[in-house]
Design a binder for this molecule. Structure first.
Ligand SMILES: Cc1cc2nc3c(=O)[nH]c(=O)nc-3n(C[C@H](O)[C@H](O)[C@H](O)COP(=O)(O)OP(=O)(O)OC[C@H]3O[C@@H](n4cnc5c(N)ncnc54)[C@H](O)[C@@H]3O)c2cc1C
Ligand code: FES
Ligand code: FES
Length: 1363
């Protein structure tokens, strides 16, 4: 290899010259660790979250201009940035100079909660504006599709950014936006209850003083790069790393030589396949050849027969070219292009499409990649070249020899792909179904083309290709061949024989995949029949009720209304309590200035720790051999149980768990760099002796009677007696899967020994600093007064950063103690998902007695949760599930028993709602099923059973008043127009066969506070300085919920100083000791009261000065106080109520008070694919008198969207050996923008006051998660409608989450029957598809020559599509 080239690129206008650039170094680590630009975040390291989004600009020879595009910095190799300019969030604006309008608007619109996703969001939007200063909503939706936010629910981000759109496309007429009427847009908005609502506001942020978009503020493309780019073309670049070399030829001949010399060296362009393989799977390629600089590979040429696209063209370039063609060319010539475009729209996300190339997609030979099936169907041709010459290869299944392997010769490279135009009698379509509609790999994809003999309905050729049904691209050859000269109607018969999906297919879901094979073809068939009908060559009547099956769901940016009650006019304008105030650090978060633990600069000599995790579910570790790891470069030591100077335990309510354990963490490697530690950890040899039994599910735990203690029971009335009197009995069960927290910031910390008195500081991402401090002290054998935990902020927590982070901290502290150096621990996303546990799966088995009017007289429910291998918080979570089992219903005889199962899965832990969403789900299932059996709308049954008396009692005898809940329920159904929409849905369902809608509503009563009463306390420290500035500290941690902002509002009210003079720096165990965790929706209640208490003390001390000199300023009073020796520092304390439950008696005052609400959602499902769309959600929430309506609405929306994941998408998968398979965003899908209901309305209940909490407010963090169960029940209702079409009953099992697979398989029909092999109803050849069209009613059809005429009974109410 020649001598290394000098790498030159620009970052934020500054030139970077790297003499020894390493091909393994990605832009993200360069920015964060070497350029000190920590605004760009690590969320997953695999292109799946968008937290690392930056803008790259470079001169495009092809387009003869500078182009700007987003990339995922975690996959962008720096060596491929030669001559490029990178702009990060720090490069566009700052709080010190000037904010960029994008930064300002996301902050002001409350679009930044924990802030970890915010820089990525900002850069996606900024790049869009660089290319299109007046974007449409669709542009924004597309630009943000690859940015995941786990906090906000996306709506406020969209609201902030839509202010850049033309008012035509963005704002709602109803909200004074001056845009197109909502009704015309198909958005009806929540019905407003206008009576005495003049004090109701829908404005969450002021629109009048926003910074204008000023392109002159943008960094210009460095002229030096333009000159260099021209000068350099022709020169190859060479980069030599420690383990990997990269050559970047600029001439084709050189590339071909390289390929001949190094046939096994992969070609790389976007690095979106090779990168994750190398980074996450440890695949090692000593040499890479970058082909992005070769003009022939980047050219796009249009000819008579179509377009030829260079192999190194990005998918975005391909998409733009095809969009242009479709808008300019005749429709009949662009059918293939439309099919490709339809695929490209949902393929990955904008950032990935900007990086990924068409050549890389096709030649990765991965059947879940989408382009192969449609390209093969369209009839593309590959132009390949080698030193021996060029050749053209038809793109079809023969190209793929095995998973990841192609038939290209080792010395060949792909030059370009020819994509032909279609011809008049060609019909082309593409289909895909994924776990999530956008930004997810397809489960099955398909491309189909049929050529029909002109003027007939006879097949001339048929090309069908499937991806995702085998290890390579599959062409059902028999089907395609045998249909030539015949009719399309016969295809399904052949397909059944032709496509064999192995039950052991990678990724599972065999029957679902096979169902999709038929469903996709059926859709294609209908599409072709329709188009042929339009041309008058087919007499097949496609019933009108089938047509909606042909329309894919449209992804839309969410819109809606949010309303809250204004503060009274009597409230002084300077008092911020009750007003929508922006998150305290929103500007810092939007500019990337906000510091998270891993953004702190390295401490001199800092080391890194990487955990070695157990690969067995249940085994004894017989030997740990770290010798190979210790030999590796940079490795300093390995720490294990023997190194723990104190106790190797995590003590939790008398349940000790090991730190270095026989289960998850075996030992840990400490090295000079992260990469060294990671690589060395893989070399630690651990020998196991497997132990039996090993089981993972609740069912198996029940069989083995493997339970943790204590078991719980609560009973009201006499269940057994009442069951005898009930008119009907129902026995059933509902299973609900677990959930991964997927906070955007993975867990970690920096432990810094101070070198004196064994003191140690920890900068840690924890929700419970005091517990971390205590545990570190125990592990080190040091008292807590020498250990200080600092928590600036968390990039999301959701309950996941209470327990495990304490163990990680203790292990890291042991390493710091042993080495005497600062040690940093940052979990990779995969390890975070593996080690830290998640929400508990639950199984609820119930026996219910009810009457035919839907009244439930008795319910006996046993809850089983899957606690995993250790108890952790499982028993408290079970308590909460049982305490919430009555929800809003007065079931007179109610018994709940709770059992935590011990299995060999990683231990589960707290998650927002803490068992509430599971407990509530079971009772709502009971109500739903009873309603179905009574033939009543479920909402009527809910209504009939609801608590109504002003003095009601829970099943554990806690008194409460349900009036607010009933108000929320009534208002929600009213605002949602429930009755009218139910009728509209019934009409829709009767006139659509393959799309069905459902609607569901639930009320909610959610207990706030810890049932472990001693946790209900809060403390604060408020210091006033001589200059009048105020520093507040309290025990709560800021993780996006806005606890600091609310604390400042409270301090501002009491001290009567503006919020801008009050600051909260961090949460620190040295300032406020022994704090309770920030959890249980109780944070603001506890610390708010404590801050108020401290401020009131200070005001009492200052009162004499104020009265003596009433005209003085605050600053003068503060200064006077100092000179008069009045203390300006006060602690505040809040002793919360004595909540407790006597579990012997099953009664007590479990909660401080209840937060109430109601939610109504409507969904539409695609019965053929299992896809669903969340059409509309209305929530009415009682938060008492909100302290900050913007933050509270943010919590409602964010919690709801997290629930969308819980109840409909997020599915953890384990191997048969109990190994977690879903370890990153590629396999585990959390809701993205496309999952938010298209219309999403949130209203805070007016005229509600809660005398129990600070300023009459209520806690709100957890309750909204459960509201997304409405989607589950609406889906279930829609499935029932689909089943009715087949004459199936409307009682059927459906477990949560209601994934696409489950929806599809529950909508049983001919296709699912064929897929599961139960289809014996072989009809006369040629009639199968027709019979499907007449849907089992073919007895009434006359079938001749492939033409069907529906008889009178087949024609439902005249709804047959006739031409
Ligand atoms: C988060 C994420 C989401 C994704 N979602 C989807 C999705 O929904 N649908 C989908 O289809 N894909 C998806 N992908 C895959 C993505 O489309 C492919 O990784 C991409 O197209 C590969 O292109 P690349 O330039 O990055 O390839 P690279 O990683 O650079 O290279 C990939 C392979 O192609 C070979 N290769 C590349 N160019 C040539 C050439 N000219 N001649 C010979 N061989 C060549 C290389 O040798 C290498 O083996 C996703 C990827 C990520 C990271
Ligand atoms: S960190 Fe790059 S996409 Fe997640
Ligand atoms: S604000 Fe988006 S992830 Fe927290």
């Amino acid at each position: 290899m020649s001598s290394p080239s000098e790498l030159i690129f620009f970052v934020n206008g500054k030139k970077v010259v790297e003499k020894n650039a390493d091909p393994e170094e990605v832009l993200l680590s360069f920015l964060r660790r070497r350029a000190g630009l920590t605004g760009t975040k690590y969320g997953c390291g695999s292109g799946g979250c968008g937290a690392c989004t930056v803008m790259v600009s470079r001169y495009s020879h092809h387009q003869a201009r500078v182009v700007h595009y987003t990339v995922n910095a975690c996959l962008q190799q720096i060596v491929t940035l030669h001559c490029a300019a990178v702009v990060t969030v720090e490069g566009i604006g700052s709080t010190k100079t000037k904010l960029h309008p994008v930064q300002e608007r996301i902050a002001k619109a409350h679009g930044s909660q924990c802030g970890f996703c915010t820089p990525g969001m900002v850069m996606s939007m900024y790049t869009l504006l660089r290319n299109k200063p007046r974007p449409s909503m669709e542009d924004i939706r597309e630009a943000l599709g690859g940015n995941i936010c786990r906090c906000t629910g996306y709506r406020p981000i969209i609201d902030g950014f839509k202010t850049f759109c033309d008012s035509e496309t963005s704002a709602c007429c109803q909200s004074g936006g001056g845009g197109k009427c909502c009704m015309e847009n198909g958005i009806e908005g929540s019905k407003s209850l206008n009576s005495e609502e003049s004090d109701i506001s829908e404005e969450l942020f002021p629109m009048d003083d926003l910074l204008p978009l000023d392109p002159s503020q943008d960094l210009i493309f460095p002229p030096e790069l333009l000159i260099m780019e021209k000068k350099l073309s022709g020169e190859a670049l060479y980069f030599q790393g420690q383990r990997v070399n990269l050559v970047a030829p600029s001439e084709l001949s050189h590339l071909l030589e390289l390929k001949a010399e190094h046939p096994s060296a992969p070609l790389v362009v976007g690095n979106t396949t090779i990168g994750p393989e190398m980074l996450l799977k440890g695949v090692h390629h000593p040499l890479l050849v970058y082909v992005g600089r070769i003009p022939e590979l980047s050219a796009v040429t249009w000819g008579e027969n179509g377009v030829t696209v260079g192999a190194a063209c990005s998918l975005s370039t391909l998409k733009e070219e095809l969009e242009r063609a479709v808008s300019e060319m005749e429709e009949s010539r662009t059918r293939g292009y439309r099919a490709l475009l339809q695929t490209l729209q949902c393929l990955a996300a904008k950032q990935i499409r900007n990086m990924a190339t068409i050549g890389g997609n096709l030649l990765s030979a991965n059947p879940k990649y989408d382009l192969s099936s449609v390209s093969a169907a369209v009839g593309c041709t590959l132009h390949v070249a080698s030193k021996d010459g060029t050749r053209d290869i038809p793109f079809n299944e023969k190209l793929f020899t095995a998973f990841g392997k192609t038939a290209l010769r080792p010395n060949e490279v792909l030059l370009s792909i020819n994509i032909p135009c279609s011809k008049p009698w060609e019909f082309v379509a593409a289909y895909r179904q994924a776990q999530r509609r956008e930004f997810a790999f397809s489960i099955v994809n398909a491309g189909m083309k049929v050529v029909i003999r002109e003027g007939t309905d006879i097949v001339e050729s048929l090309n069908i290709y499937y991806g995702g049904v085998g290890p390579t691209l599959v062409r059902p050859g028999r089907t395609c061949q045998q249909l030539v000269g015949r009719l399309l109607t016969e295809a399904c018969h052949f397909l059944k024989e032709d496509v064999d999906v192995s039950p052991s297919i990678h990724g599972g879901k065999g029957e679902y995949r096979k169902s999709l094979v038929f469903s996709f073809f059926f859709k294609f068939y209908m599409q072709v029949v329709l188009e042929m009908g339009e041309r008058g060559v087919s007499d097949i009547d496609l019933p009108l009720e089938y047509l909606s099956a042909l329309k894919p769901f449209k992804n839309e940016a969410p819109q809606g209304q949010q309303s809250y009650q204004l503060v009274s006019e009597a409230q002084p304008s300077v008092d911020p309590v009750g007003r929508p105030s922006m998150h305290q650090s929103a500007f810092q978060q939007a500019t990337g200035e906000a510091k998270y633990y891993d953004d702190l600069p390295p401490v001199e000599g800092e080391l890194f720790i990487f955990m070695v995790t157990s690969t067995r579910a249940h085994a004894k570790i017989t030997n740990v051999d770290p010798s190979e790891a210790l030999e590796m470069p940079g490795v300093v030591t390995v720490v294990s149980a023997g190194d723990v100077p104190g106790a190797n335990v995590r003590l939790w309510f008398n349940n000790p768990e090991e730190l270095f354990a026989t289960e998850e963490i075996v030992c840990a490697v400490v090295a000079e760099s992260r990469e060294q530690a990671r690589r060395a950890a893989q070399k630690v040899q651990v020998t196991y002796q497997d132990l039996l039994p090993v089981f993972f599910t609740i069912e198996d735990a029940i069989k083995h009677e493997s339970y943790f203690e204590p078991k719980r029971k609560v009973e009201r009335g006499d269940v057994d007696e009442a069951l005898k009197t009930a008119e009907c009995i129902l026995e059933d069960e509902i299973y609900m899967g677990g959930q991964e927290h997927f906070y955007m910031e993975t867990q970690g910390l920096i432990a810094v020994p101070r070198g004196e008195n064994e003191e140690m500081d920890l900068f840690v991402s924890t929700q419970h600093g005091a517990f971390t401090q205590e545990l570190v002290g125990m592990a080190l054998g040091i008292e807590s007064n020498k250990i200080t935990c600092h928590v600036k902020r968390l990039g999301g927590g959701f309950g996941g950063k209470v327990m495990k982070i304490a163990s990680l901290s203790a292990i890291t502290a042991v390493a710091a103690h042993k080495t005497g150096k600062a040690v940093r621990c940052c979990l990779d996303r995969g390890d975070d998902m593996l080690i830290t546990g998640g929400r508990h799966p639950f199984l609820g088995k119930y026996k219910v007695g009810y009457n035919s009017d839907g009244t439930i007289v008795a319910a006996d429910i046993i809850y089983y949760s899957n606690g995993g291998c250790t108890l952790d918080e499982s028993s408290f979570i079970m308590d909460k599930a049982i305490l919430h089992m009555d929800n809003g219903y007065k079931i007179p005889n109610l018994r709940g028993r709770g059992v935590v199962c011990k299995t060999y899965l990683p231990s589960n832990t707290a998650f927002r709602g803490f068992g509430g969403p599971q407990g509530l789900m079971v009772i709502e299932s009971v109500l739903h099923e009873v309603a179905v059996r009574c033939g009543l709308p479920p909402e009527k049954v809910r209504d009939v059973n609801m608590y109504r008396e002003e003095l009601s009692y829970t099943h554990y005898k806690q008194p409460f008043c349900p009036t607010s809940m009933v108000r929320c329920w009534d208002e929600c159904l009213d605002r949602a127009d429930y009755e009218d929409r139910l009728r509209a849905i019934q009409l829709f369902n009767s006139s659509n066969r393959w799309k069905k809608r459902g609607i569901a509503a639930v009320p909610q009563k959610f207990g706030v506070g810890f049932s472990k009463g001693f946790y209900n306390q809060g403390a604060s420290l408020v210091n006033i300085f001589k200059d009048g500035s105020v520093l507040v500290t309290h025990g709560g941690t800021e993780m996006g919920q806005g606890i600091h902002t609310k604390a400042i509002q409270i301090a501002s009210r009491v001290l009567k100083v503006p919020m801008s003079s009050i600051f909260i720096k961090e949460t620190c165990t040295g300032n406020v000791p022994n704090a309770a965790p920030s959890a249980a929706s109780f944070g603001t209640d506890a610390v708010g009261m404590a801050v108020k208490d401290a401020c009131e003390k200070l005001m009492r001390r200052l009162k004499p000065l104020m009265e003596a000199n009433p005209k003085n300023t605050w600053k003068q009073w503060a200064s006077d106080a100092f000179f008069q020796k009045i203390s300006l520092s006060a602690t505040g304390f809040f002793m919360g109520p004595a909540t407790n439950v006597d579990w012997e008696k099953g009664e007590g005052q479990a909660y401080y008070y209840f937060t109430y609400g109601a939610c109504c959602s409507e969904v539409e499902i695609d019965c053929l694919t299992g896809d669903h769309k969340n059409i509309r959600t209305d929530i009415v929430m009682d938060v008492g008198k909100s302290i900050n309506p913007a933050l509270d609405i943010g919590q409602v929306e964010g919690g709801f969207v997290q629930g969308v994941g819980l109840y409909t998408i997020e599915e953890l998968q384990f191997s048969p050996d109990g190994v977690l398979m879903t370890r990153g965003p590629s396999q585990y899908k959390v809701p993205s923008l496309c999952d938010v209901p298209a219309e999403f309305n949130v209203h805070l209940l007016a005229n509600s006051e809660n005398p129990h909490a600070i300023y009459l407010s209520k806690g709100i963090g957890e309750p909204p998660v459960f509201f997304a169960s409405t989607l589950f029940f609406a889906i279930k209702a829609a499935i029932a409608e689909a089943r009715k079409e087949k004459g199936l009953g409307d009682t059927f099992p459906l477990s949560s989450p209601a994934t696409a697979e489950k929806i599809r398989m529950a909508c049983q029909d001919q296709f699912t029957e064929m897929a599961i092999g139960g289809y014996h109803h072989v009809r006369q050849e040629g009639a199968l598809l027709l019979s499907l069209i007449s849907d089992g009613r073919d007895g009434d059809s006359v079938v001749h020559s492939g033409v069907s005429v529906l008889g009178p009974q087949g024609d439902k109410s005249g709804l047959v599509y006739r031409r």
